[in-house]
Design a protein around this ligand. Structure first.
Ligand code: SAM
Length: 334
């Protein structure tokens, strides 16, 4: 069966396979093929250009003749089209506007045997704690689950704290930059996906994980236990105030509060040891992806009397039409 696919070097295939799986783009009804030094990963649908850019490593979007996996139930057997959904632990999330949600939820539970609950979001992620309301469409009536990502486990209640699996690849990119002996301050840690993954890399890395949402910190503490990462210090509080206690201690400062991170730049500068890197996330417009945010960062550096170099600027993912979730990385000197 001829299908769209991603062609990638075998040695670079696993992170891409995982990323496609997380994005529900990998077509499990076909066998992944290998030929010479390449892997061919079958796709459910053609990914958007921005999604291709998100994938790690060198890859090519092409077509290939795949063999079907025998006996595997497919969405095409049950529905007219493959539904859009995201899986967190054993919960599948569909959008509230989904056409015939019960039918879609039923199909998801039949095709994805690990899914026990299908939830529909009742609105956008909102408020200071970036949470969301859901209604149960099918399966067990709950919003909590345990999600696995890159060898870590996270307990999450999706209505009480923020979490998205879509940043898994981005988190692993930051992880690669953190070295033994370094201290990381995760200013908006949520249930801990950056903090715990980084702490798990080495007991010689210290992580200070701050969040203002008491529920998120409750789950963060539980996740520290689940992953045995005693080198994470969980702090419930406002990042601007808590930063005062850790002045000049950080080699990395993670600022994953994309709509409001600019309000915390003075605190981030204060946290930085010499040569520290600030990983700043923002939501920006197509015509001004980095410039305005860079200006705010430079102004904060000037107020703090710090020198900076721009280390990297990148689009992490598309957020809304003409809007992007971006990451700006700046090295801060004394
Ligand atoms: N880093 C986590 C992740 O990737 O899942 C969570 C990111 S979420 C977009 C932002 C987090 O910032 C939320 O958990 C929210 O509760 C927290 N937050 C909002 N305002 C805060 C503040 N003033 N101080 C500390 N945390 C705050």
């Amino acid at each position: 069966m001829r299908k769209s696919c991603i062609k990638v070097l075998k040695r670079e295939g696993e992170p891409i396979r995982r990323a496609l799986l997380e994005m529900n783009l990998l077509d499990n009804s076909c066998r992944i093929c290998s030929e010479e030094e390449f892997l061919y990963l079958p796709l459910i649908e053609e990914p958007q250009e921005e999604i291709l850019q998100e994938l790690p490593g060198e890859l090519e979007f092409t077509e290939y003749d795949f063999e079907e996996q025998e006996g595997q139930l497919k969405f095409e057997d049950l529905l007219d089209e493959v539904p859009h959904f995201e899986v967190i632990g054993d919960i599948a999330l569909i959008e509230d506007g989904t056409y015939e949600p019960m039918k879609v939820a039923d199909a998801i539970m039949q095709v994805k045997k690990n899914v026990k609950t299908v939830l529909a979001a009742l609105g956008p992620v909102e408020g200071e704690f970036r949470t969301r309301r859901f209604r149960t469409v099918a399966g067990e009536d709950r919003t909590s689950t345990i999600h696995r990502e890159y060898g870590c486990r996270y307990y999450i209640d999706l209505e009480r704290a923020y979490f998205t699996p879509r940043l898994a690849t981005e988190r692993s990119r930051i992880l690669a930059q953190v070295k033994e002996g370094q201290t990381v301050v995760d200013m908006f840690a949520g249930v801990g996906p950056y903090s715990i993954m980084i702490a798990k890399k080495s007991p010689e890395i210290q992580v200070i994980a701050i969040d203002k949402n008491p529920d998120a910190v409750e789950f963060l503490r539980r996740n520290i236990g689940l992953n045995s990462t005693v080198n994470v210090m969980a702090i419930e509080g406002d990042a601007n105030l808590e930063a005062e206690k850790f002045a000049s201690m950080a080699d990395h400062v993670i600022m994953n509060l994309p709509h409001n991170a600019h309000e915390f730049l003075d605190a981030a500068m204060k946290l930085c040891a010499s040569n520290a890197i600030i990983h700043y996330y923002g939501i920006t417009q197509e015509g001004d992806l980095f410039a305005s945010s860079l200006k705010l960062i430079m102004e904060a550096a000037e107020r703090a009397g710090r020198k900076t170099d721009v280390f990297d600027t990148r689009i992490v993912r598309s957020y809304a039409p003409h809007q992007f979730n971006v990451c700006i990385e700046v090295r801060v000197y004394s």
